[in-house]
Design a protein around this ligand. Structure first.
Ligand code: PEP
Ligand code: MG
Length: 588
């Protein structure tokens, strides 16, 4: 197909960043620059090695520059992707193997480098793991830069285009953002990628509509073709007719109006239409993720995922470094509570740090989170002391992830008390009444939530993991994604049981998994009695609005009704109709 073709055609992908865009496509063909191969004489070898070192240094400077440009737009946490790129660039194994190949085979350095990279990529491709797939993308992205620098190839500067464009690529890499003036990206359409790919994460942070998973994009689309991207539904319409455009103009203005309606909820109290109070909090990975002013309209931080900070550091940061990071978040929360979760490394958040733990066949069910912490007292105690010290600057609560029995909570609490003792001896201030809670995200913990609640001051339900473990569906495996059903009656019953168990123990219960930000699901959670909804800052206004407009009585009836439904698809249709009935009162 080419740009001359004017036939309307609809393609379907996966919507990973909301929004609608219409405009001209710019296809970023992946430039597979031919890597030349030629022999190097012994006398020229030092110069060839110097050329390699210069290319690495130049690439490092470029990546650092890209990072500092992006920090301004998306914040420290999201642009940390480039720290991963720097690690790939400076990976000792890759550099050493390139130099050894060069010494052995006497071919030019770009040829040796590219054969080593290809070897690493093929080895990684044999591992079926979405985390590794993202690392392959990093490897491709970084090595392309190094090769461009060795070969003197100029990367295309899309930013010099005068009009905003829809970027189309088989695999839009995170560093491709830096090639473009971001105000000129209308949308991004790719073949590869997933909800959790770096490109999707960055698009969401930048507010750029994005669809992934469109097969053969580079064959279907050519530069200059007009198209419409529906980042709500994952639809892509090539050469849309005037009728379609009119339709989408309306859709877009409806979305804008709806967002205004949602935003209007922010200054008002978090209270249902019949006066029942609830709390909305935000999920963060660093203090940078707390939007300015957010604490004026939410109830604090419901989940601070500290492991992302560890992953960004690429090591286990010491107590002082952690203390500074936690204190910053606590101060930014301005007296509102900050629930700091102890490290949840393992599963898909592995990185080199976990080499301590060795290779695992099934990391999601392995040496993860509290299991790892209880086995590494020094690491855990350093984090506990850092969190406790931060509690002197505001209101802090400690959350323990991946708990599977009361024993783990009790063991962790013994160490928390020990950490308090150490700080007292050192005369370092902390809040001695700091609360401790458990994440309920493992079926054994859910089934014994009443027992676990006895050892906790609060409970937080991690639905992302709870669903995957309960249904035996890997949360990052596309092949079984259709089985990842939050509306499965097993999930509904379990959530209801956990909330009841917490309330019987007279402690509050929150949900901090993605389900708490799902507009269709939220009234049901409210009806179950969930006290706290901890969600990404971007979802705050919509969820607060929905909860304010729902009556607790109606939500409880919805819960009773849904608990008696036997099939997932019937649950979803009931939840959708409840959501629709609610919204139609406010959105005409
Ligand atoms: C969860 O499992 O729902 C959760 C909030 O934790 P994470 O997504 O970090 O595993
Ligand atoms: Mg979890």
């Amino acid at each position: 197909m080419n740009s001359q073709q004017t036939e309307e055609k609809a393609l379907k992908g996966l919507a990973v960043s909301k929004g609608i865009a219409y405009g001209e496509a710019f296809v970023m063909l992946k430039r597979d620059v031919e890597t030349p191969v030629y022999e190097i004489r012994d006398a020229d070898k030092p110069a060839e090695i110097k050329r390699f070192q210069d290319a690495i240094v130049k690439t490092r400077n470029e990546i650092q520059e890209l990072k500092s440009k992006l920090v301004k737009d998306v914040g420290e946490a999201e642009s940390a992707i480039f720290d991963a790129h720097l690690m790939v660039l400076e990976d000792v194994a890759i550099i050493q193997e390139t130099l050894q190949t060069f010494e052995r085979e006497h071919f030019n350095i770009e040829y040796c480098y590219s054969s080593v990279i290809n070897k690493f990529i093929s080895a990684f491709e044999r591992i079926e793991d979405s985390f590794i797939l993202e690392r392959i993308a990093d490897l491709r992205d970084v090595s392309r830069r190094v090769l461009d620098n060795l070969l003197g190839v100029e990367a295309p500067k899309i930013g010099t285009f005068s009009d905003p464009l829809i970027l189309v690529s088989s695999d839009f890499a995170p560093s491709d953002f830096a090639l473009v003036d971001k105000t000129k990206i209308l949308a991004i359409v790719t073949e590869k990628g997933s909800q959790t790919s770096h490109t999707a994460i960055l698009s969401r942070s930048l507010g750029i509509p994005c669809i992934v998973g469109i097969p053969n994009v580079e064959d279907e689309i050519s530069s200059g073709m007009f198209m419409l991207v529906d980042g709500y539904k994952g639809s892509l319409i090539l050469n849309p007719s005037a009728q379609i455009l009119r339709h989408y103009t309306e859709v877009e203005s409806v979305h804008r109006e709806v967002q205004k309606i949602f935003d209007s909820s922010l200054p008002f109290p978090a209270e249902t239409s019949d006066g029942v109070k609830f709390q909305v909090k935000i999920n963060i990975s660093s203090s940078e993720d707390i939007p300015d002013g957010a604490m004026n309209y939410c109830d604090g931080v419901g989940l601070f995922r500290t492991e992302n900070f560890f992953l960004d550091c690429g090591t286990f940061p010491d107590e002082e470094t952690q203390f500074a990071a936690y204190k910053k978040a606590v101060e930014k929360a301005g007296g509102k509570p900050v629930i700091i979760r102890t490290i949840d490394l393992g599963g898909d958040k592995n990185l080199n740090l976990m080499k301590l733990a060795g290779k695992e066949e099934n990391p999601f069910m392995g040496y993860r989170a509290i299991r790892f912490c209880l086995d590494h007292k020094d690491i855990f105690m350093a984090q506990l002391r850092a969190i406790l010290r931060a509690s002197a600057y505001g209101k802090v609560k400690i959350l323990l992830p991946m708990i599977s029995s009361i024993r783990e909570v009790e063991r962790a609490r013994i160490w928390i008390d020990e950490a308090k003792g150490e700080l007292t001896a050192l005369k370092k201030p902390f809040d001695s009444s700091v609360q401790v809670g458990a994440m309920i995200e493992v079926p054994s913990a859910a089934a014994t939530a009443d027992i676990i609640a006895e050892a906790c001051d609060f409970i937080s339900i991690g639905t992302n993991d709870l669903i995957q473990y309960l249904l035996a569906v890997d949360r990052v495996n596309d092949m079984v994604a259709y089985l990842y059903e939050p509306t499965h009656p097993a999930v509904i019953r379990t959530l209801n049981f956990v909330v009841e168990a917490a309330h019987k123990a007279k402690i509050p219960v929150g949900v901090c998994g993605e389900l708490a930000a799902d507009p269709v699901f939220v009234p049901l959670l409210l009806g179950m009695g969930v006290d706290e909804f901890s969600i990404s800052p971007k979802s705050l206004s919509e969820i607060k609005f929905l909860l304010q407009k729902t009556s607790f009585e109606a939500a409880k009836n919805l819960r009773d009704e849904v608990l008696s439904i036997k099939r997932s698809r019937h649950v979803i249709s009931r939840l959708r109709s409840f959501h629709y009935e609610l919204m139609r009162l406010y959105v005409k």
